[in-house]
Design a protein around this ligand. Structure first.
Ligand code: NAD
Ligand code: TDX
Length: 341
């Protein structure tokens, strides 16, 4: 029997890349995408998928219990991958509430639907941010699946709460669930509020490049397709009840990434502007991916030097995609976030 896979948040950055990955790698599957199209969701991102007979889209909020139950009744998914979330740390500092609603209560609705209608696998897409941060002077330390949860922002606290709920539903109700905790992704369709696409878009408009604080914070960057492959492996071969860390041993300081983007686009470093730091700013994230490598044979395939060029080229070739975003509500966001910083 062919699988029916329900993907939430499929109009966003990683979710859409995962939709395309699954349509390509599993052409016999039916892909059901559920997304309520917040500011971060974009139908133009899914234009290619909408042509595919194996793809169906529902504009529905994951907090809408009746709506989600109706989709389960109609589509009878056997696997659910939950990407839908409010995902931007800075917005969570500005207004935490929607983060708690979508990221925690939305996750609960999705899992209740899985319990009610039966499911082969529920997969929760989580983040390395649930582990808090690591000090810069201890490069020997990495996050493992045993690292205690220790969150910094309302965003990471909401993602950690969802993870705890998933583990509770697995233990108490026997929900066949898995969780992946991935490091920072980059690649096509990344919303231009996040570091890499924001710097590319600003460079291309010769606008200041707002680096928080000194720019010494370290993130462990993973090309989005490598993340999609990891989730594909986990939903097919991962052990139920387990957490899998996903990351690339690709640690970079923010300031070095910004300079690299300037270099590739031939823009001067004088565009770099140091602005007030993010409140509670995590210093360093670094994933130990030993478990997913040993159990599922996963390794990142795209080196940062190649992935960043592919990404910048994508933004050069798809100006319409990000310029449309920049011309809308994003302008107000940018003014609020950076206007007086
Ligand atoms: P994104 O903000 O680009 O996309 C989120 C998508 O979810 C959007 O399409 C949005 O419309 C949709 N959505 C939001 N609230 C919804 C709701 N209530 N109901 C239905 N749809 C809703 O996010 P992303 O960067 O693609 O992240 C996807 C997931 O991966 C998130 O769960 C995030 O926590 C996790 N994650 C992201 C990264 C990263 O580097 N971006 C790293 C690790 C984990
Ligand atoms: O304008 C900026 N200037 C800047 O210096 C922005 C937007 C960011 N930064 C810094 C803050 C961080 O140290 O760059 C780093 C990366 O910032 P973001 O792109 O906002 O990502 P981060 O906060 O690390 O969180 C991301 O990775 C983990 C995703 O947004 C989360 O959804 C994911 O869980």
């Amino acid at each position: 029997m062919n699988k029916t896979l329900l993907i939430t948040g499929g109009a966003g950055f990683i979710g859409s890349n995962f939709v395309y990955h699954m349509l390509r790698e599993h052409p016999d599957y039916k892909i059901v995408c559920v997304d309520c199209l917040t500011y971060a969701g974009n139908m133009s991102t899914l234009a290619g998928a909408m042509q595919n007979d194996h793809f169906v889209f529902y504009k529905t909020n994951i907090c809408d219990r009746a709506g989600i139950y109706r989709i389960f009744e109609t589509e009878k998914p056997d696997t659910v991958v939950n990407f839908a979330a409010e995902s931007h740390v800075d917005r969570s500092i500005e207004s935490p509430e929607i983060f708690l609603q979508t990221n925690i209560l939305g996750t609960q609705v999705m899992m209740d639907a899985c319990r009610k209608y039966g499911i082969g696998r529920y997969h929760q897409v989580s983040t390395d941010e649930v582990y808090g941060d690591l000090p810069l002077d201890r490069p020997d330390l990495f996050f493992t699946e045993e690292t205690p949860i220790h969150t910094s922002s309302p965003y990471s606290a909401s993602k950690a709460s969802a993870d705890l709920l998933v583990q509770a539903y697995h233990r108490t109700f026997g929900l066949p669930a898995t969780i992946s905790r991935c490091s920072n992704n980059y690649g096509p369709y990344h919303f231009p509020e996040k570091l890499i696409p924001l710097m590319i878009a600003n460079c291309l408009q010769d606008k200041p490049l707002p680096v928080y604080g000194e720019g010494l914070n370290v993130r462990d960057w993973l090309y989005v397709e490598d993340h999609c492959r990891a989730i594909d492996l986990i939903i097919h071969r991962g052990r139920v009840g387990e957490v899998y860390n996903v990351g690339g041993h690709n640690e970079m300081k923010n300031i070095d990434i910004v300079k690299l983007i300037c270099d590739y686009l031939g823009k001067p470093y004088s565009l770099i502007t140091h602005v007030a730091d993010r409140k509670g700013h995590d210093m360093r994230y670094a994933i130990d991916p030993t478990k997913i490598h040993r159990e599922l044979g996963w390794l990142p395939e795209t080196k940062f030097a190649d992935g960043i060029k592919k990404t910048i080229d994508w933004y050069l070739e798809n100006r319409d995609w990000w310029q449309t975003i920049l011309s809308g509500e994003y302008r107000n966001y940018y003014e609020r976030m950076y206007g007086n910083r």
